[in-house]
Design a protein around this ligand. Structure first.
Ligand code: PEP
Ligand code: MG
Length: 858
């Protein structure tokens, strides 16, 4: 027999800890400290429960002594984190033939009989694992319940409370150890060896004479977090019966639709309201409180963090901080960065014209436009090129996850609200339309056919409205998400704490506007070649790349110049007073040469050549490995007129965008794919010459900052050299990852999932920065760059800039800022704040409940 040391009556001063006894036990102690009427409760420690699971029996006599004579008890799970789940609560332990008569005199015969039957049923189902249907008989009596039990079990129902309690404890302890329970909690982040604590509580009966019943109350609206008293109360009930009361339960507050606790029991209602306020300030959280009335006497049995949406979580954290119940830093820490995407959905504009091609299920909210792709490889290739895509599948499976990560929206022919596609898309904050059964999807042919016979092929543009469950033809006007209200407040608090800057990668005025709205501190990367993805502009860029002689090229560049100038001026204006970093052209040729017949014909027309001649020029420019070919600064060195034109466009745009309110625009110009110092010198001297020419001609002064993208391993190793000519270095970790691993960005999708599954890579290094390899190069570059130029600005502008773990690494290197896609800016702001707030408290993991009556539930 085990000694009593492992269980403890919960009192104000008992040594209860979340680690040892679980959060529920600790929370009950807090409620007791706040003076709430909690029935006597004993906490069983996690080690004790482990021993019980192995069949060892604690000194239950001593435990039962805490509950006096005729004890009737409940047992609830108490895990370290509530989201890990746990076995179901068992009520009315101790009911037997002998005490039914006693309780009949106290509560009435009917109530005592009900308690007795309820216990036999729950013991049979939860402990003896019998089928619940066996009690599905008309006019179930105690005797019929016993008969059913004994018939199945071929033994008498235990009458001894010690036996009953031990069997209950053992079955709960063993249920926790079961494989499926373990896998389930591990999927929610529990460690493999997570333990279970249990709490044994004296029953407050919700059945019997006088006003008796049970209910649940909370004080916020779970959708938006606004103050609202909500819940249900069910007379003559126990536990959480009120929530499944099938219409028999009363409202809590006065309601024209029916009876309410407020009208029927105004004093009790007032007391609950008061206790709600006490728990909010005392527990520093919005709680959902479980209560019972026994003959008019109120007991508080339990309290859990009130369930709520991501939006409500933010509103609640902000409200608690505004009421000085928690600090602003605590409010920031309460919201996980990964919860943010839920709050940032763009929507289809209310006045937009809708050409509905399919009506399915609104599986995940928001809207997105992109080109159709039919598999993961295509989705990843599209994302690697910075192009939005909509992934279309008959249904999705785990093999599609990487494609779903890369897509802006998901459309599936099959499935519903809880299909794989729907669940994953919601997790990723992507719009999803599932169950679009009016479409005929042919993944092999990479096309879909609508009900009215229209055919859409890979590459065609569609818009998904996940809020309405529709797929729409073409591009449709979208309204950008707003982060107003509490989220804006929370992020402004986050900004006060974070110590690493957050900029956005934005290629177009639309993206810049989003970046600005999400309070990016500037643009960290504009991929200027992406400004030419629109079909009417692409031809002009292609002409410049294609030109065979100087005069052809001069003509093409002259057409490009005003387009660039106006685009840049717009970016400067949108980002007014914030830095804008424009990267000179970096077009890997395979992305920019026409491949379709139509594209070749168009080029031929535009250049006054025959299709054959165009094809010959394409052949002449074809590279075996375009990602390592004539791209980035290599193009700038070989055909310097292209960068000259860009420099001119940037400077003219800066002058154009200057206003009385924004009198000095200082552009940042960044050179891509550098691997040698001399490349920087050559480009710099030409940019200086362009600036000097414009200054002479206009009489204006021009300032600019020149920087280098460090995205080849050699640039990282030679960062000291390179920094002599660069005011800033920005790590292009996409290419750096590609080149460090020798892993093609466009082809890795084919084997990446196998590599991760087999543990070759712990994670896809294009998502989570590889600290060991790529990270070491970054470290070297930081050290060498800073040695030569201590004030050199350092940043990351690869996709990793929006990944919280990678941000942690960047911060540890002392980088000045991260730059990520506009929608990840709020995530990055919050993640960076978490890092800064947690930093001084380094061993946050071991945070214990403060002994001042307050705690922060996870
Ligand atoms: C990079 O390589 O990390 C980068 C930002 O540039 P791009 O993705 O345009 O190659
Ligand atoms: Mg790059």
């Amino acid at each position: 027999m085990l000694d009593s040391i492992n269980f403890e009556l919960i009192t104000q001063t008992a040594g209860i800890s979340r680690r040892l006894h679980g959060t529920r036990a600790k929370c009950l102690q807090r409620l007791i400290r706040l003076g709430m009427p909690v029935p006597d409760t004993v906490a069983l420690s996690i080690p004790l429960v482990r021993k019980i699971a192995s069949g060892q029996r604690p000194d239950l006599k001593q435990l039962l002594d805490h509950f006096g004579s005729w004890p009737v008890l409940s047992v609830r799970a108490s895990t370290e984190k509530p989201e890990w789940g746990g076995p179901s609560t068992i009520l009315n332990i101790g009911m037997n033939r002998a005490n039914e008569a006693f309780f009949a005199s106290k509560l009435g015969a009917e109530a005592a009989r009900k308690l007795h039957i309820k216990f036999i049923q729950s013991y049979a189902i939860e402990v003896s694992r019998l089928d619940e249907d066996m009690f599905d008989v008309p006019d179930l009596t105690v005797e019929k319940a016993y008969e059913a039990y004994e018939h199945e079990m071929e033994e008498e129902f235990p009458q001894d409370i010690e036996v009953q309690l031990f069997e209950v404890l053992k079955s709960m302890a063993r249920a926790w150890e079961g494989t499926s329970a373990r896998l389930l909690r591990m999927s929610k982040g529990a460690p493999e060896d997570a333990g279970l604590g249990l709490v044994v509580q004296r029953m407050a009966f919700g059945l019997g004479k006088g006003e008796s019943g049970s209910g649940v109350i909370q004080f916020i609206n779970p959708e938006d977090g606004a103050p609202k008293r909500m819940g249900r109360y069910l007379p003559q009930s126990q536990g959480r019966d009120a929530l499944s009361g099938e219409g028999r339960a009363m409202y809590l507050t006065s309601d024209p639709r029916g009876e309410s606790l407020q009208d029927n029991q105004p004093e009790i209602y007032q007391e609950l309201k008061r206790l709600g306020g006490v728990s909010r300030t005392g527990l520093r959280e919005e709680m959902q409180i479980e209560f019972t009335l026994e003959g008019g006497k109120l007991s508080i049995l339990d309290a859990v963090v009130a369930p709520r949406s991501a939006r409500a979580s933010v509103a609640t954290a902000v409200a608690l901080a505004k009421d000085d119940i928690i600090s602003e830093a605590d409010a920031v820490l309460r919201i996980e960065p990964k919860a943010i995407p839920d709050l940032l959905h763009q929507q289809v504009h209310a006045d937009a014209k809708r050409d509905v091609i399919s009506q399915g299920i609104a599986a995940s909210p928001g809207a997105a436009t992109g080109k159709l792709v039919f598999d993961t490889v295509a989705a990843q290739a599209s994302a690697a090129q910075g192009e939005a895509c909509i992934l279309v599948r008959r249904e999705t499976s785990p093999e599609d996850i990487r494609g779903m990560h890369a897509a802006r929206g998901i459309l599936t022919e099959r499935g519903g609200q809880t299909s794989h596609a729907a669940v994953i898309a919601r997790g990723l904050g992507l719009p999803c339309v599932s169950g679009a059964s009016d479409l005929d999807i042919d993944p092999k042919a990479k096309m879909l056919t609508t009900k009215d016979g229209r055919v859409f092929e890979a590459g065609d543009i569609i818009t998904l409205d996940g809020t309405a469950g529709q797929a729409l033809a073409g591009q449709v006007q979208l309204v950008e998400a707003g982060i107003g209200g509490p989220l804006e407040t929370l992020l402004s608090w986050a900004d006060e704490h974070r110590d690493i800057g957050v900029r956005a990668n934005a290629d177009t005025p639309t993206e810049a506007a989003v970046a600005r709205k999400f309070e990016a501190e500037g643009i960290g990367l504009t991929r200027t070649e992406h400004m030419f993805f629109a079909e009417d502009r692409l031809t002009v860029l292609r002409e410049a790349i294609f030109a065979e002689d100087g005069s052809d090229r001069t003509a093409a560049l002259a057409r490009l110049l005003p387009m660039q100038r106006d685009d840049f001026a717009e970016l400067f204006t949108i980002m007014s007073h914030r830095p804008v970093c424009l990267r000179l052209f970096d077009p890997p040729l395979h992305e920019f040469l026409p491949s379709s017949r139509g594209g070749i014909r168009e080029m031929a027309e535009a250049m006054g050549l025959s299709a054959k001649e165009v094809q010959q020029r394409i052949d002449g420019l074809k590279e075996f490995n375009p990602m390592l070919g004539m791209r980035g600064v290599r193009l700038g060195i070989t055909v310097p007129e292209i960068y000259d034109m860009q420099a001119r466009a940037i400077f003219e745009a800066a002058l154009q965008a200057q206003t009385d309110d924004n009198p000095k625009v200082v552009p940042e110009i960044m050179i891509p794919l550098v691997s040698a110092k001399r490349e920087v010198e050559l480009v710099k001297s030409r940019i200086d010459a362009v600036a000097a020419d414009i200054m002479t001609k206009t009489g204006e002064t021009l300032d600019y900052r020149l920087g280098v993208m460090v995205e080849t391993p050699r640039a990282a190793l030679r960062a000291g050299d390179i920094a002599t000519h660069a005011g800033f270095l920005s790590f292009g970790t996409n290419d750096m990852t590609q080149m460090t691993y020798g892993l093609s960005r466009d082809d890795a999708g084919r084997f990446m999932s196998d590599y991760v599954k087999k543990g070759v890579f712990p994670e896809d290094p294009f998502h989570a920065l590889d600290r060991d390899g790529v990270g070491e190069l970054l470290e070297l570059a930081v050290e060498r760059g800073r040695k030569v130029r201590s004030k050199v600005t350092l940043s990351v502008c690869g996709e990793h800039g929006g990944d919280p773990d990678s941000i942690a690494f960047c911060r540890s290197l002392g980088l000045d800022y991260v730059s990520c896609s506009p929608y990840r800016v709020p995530i990055a702001r919050l993640a960076a704040a978490h890092l800064a707030i947690r930093d001084p408290k380094a061993v946050e993991e071991d945070f214990e409940f403060p002994e001042d009556g307050s705690f922060v539930p996870e």
